[in-house]
Design a protein around this ligand. Sequence first.
Ligand SMILES: Nc1ncnc2c1ncn2[C@@H]1O[C@H](COP(=O)(O)OP(=O)(O)OP(=O)(O)O)[C@@H](O)[C@H]1O
Ligand SMILES: [Mg+2]
Length: 261
Amino acid sequence: MTASTLTIKDLHVEIEGKEIVKGFNLEISGGEIHAIMGPNGTGKSTLASAIMGHPSYEITKGSVSLDGEDVLEMEVDERARAGMFLAMQYPSEVTGVTTSDFLRTAINAHREEGDEIPLMKFIKKMDKNMETLDMNEQFSTRYLNEGFSGGEKKRNEILQLLMLEPKIAILDEIDSGLDIDALKVVSNGINNMRGESFGCLIITHYQRLLNYITPDHVHVMMQGRIVKSGDASLAQRLEAEGYDWIKEELGIEDERVGQEA
Ligand SMILES: Nc1ncnc2c1ncn2[C@@H]1O[C@H](COP(=O)(O)OP(=O)(O)OP(=O)(O)O)[C@@H](O)[C@H]1O
Ligand SMILES: [Mg+2]
């Protein structure tokens, strides 16, 4: 597989008439891991959901393209088929659909009719990836995320990542709620995906995750856009000093978005 590039240009996103993302620019190519950090309520999850086509978010300006194809013109399932993947900050529970059925359907949706993944091949791949993630096999027959603990849901998101092998993944707080061992396991899963055909955007609050997954680029989001970019050392500085120095440097008083009356 060849490397893909996701290009986000001057993106503006509104929710209920309020502008939350205000001129976001970023290019993510295969082989690259980008991290976005930023205080609460600065538009990170809104950005992720809007790129993946969440219907509540209205894109009022700007463009998103994958290898030159207009992503904003694609339906949500087309975005997934084109190789885009989102692990959500709060994964939803789906009653009546087992994890295993969900994954098989999702994989087959990426393949041509008549070229469905053979059952044995699917089971092998699933077993291997569940082992990598240190997941008990009972999860494959449980309803998707139903009654899963916070950490189990996050592992399950990474299981989807490993099974679907997207070209570009956006992982929103994949580390929140993980215990120390699970953090290593999940990082290991993401590191297994690293390579020329995989580009990744990791949204996180903690440098801790980035100790395991070294990002090529770190960006800080405030007021709905990237206000600072650097290499992995930027995340270390944020961990040590917080965000005040950036706000001072840039003369930002309130970093949040959507707080206006
Ligand atoms: N569906 C919605 N309805 C109303 N307001 C919303 C909605 N989605 C997002 N917002 C508002 O947009 C702002 C940015 O939210 P968002 O979830 O993007 O922040 P975030 O940077 O991901 O924060 P966190 O670090 O806490 O996850 C917040 O003020 C939030 O309340
Ligand atoms: Mg968020």
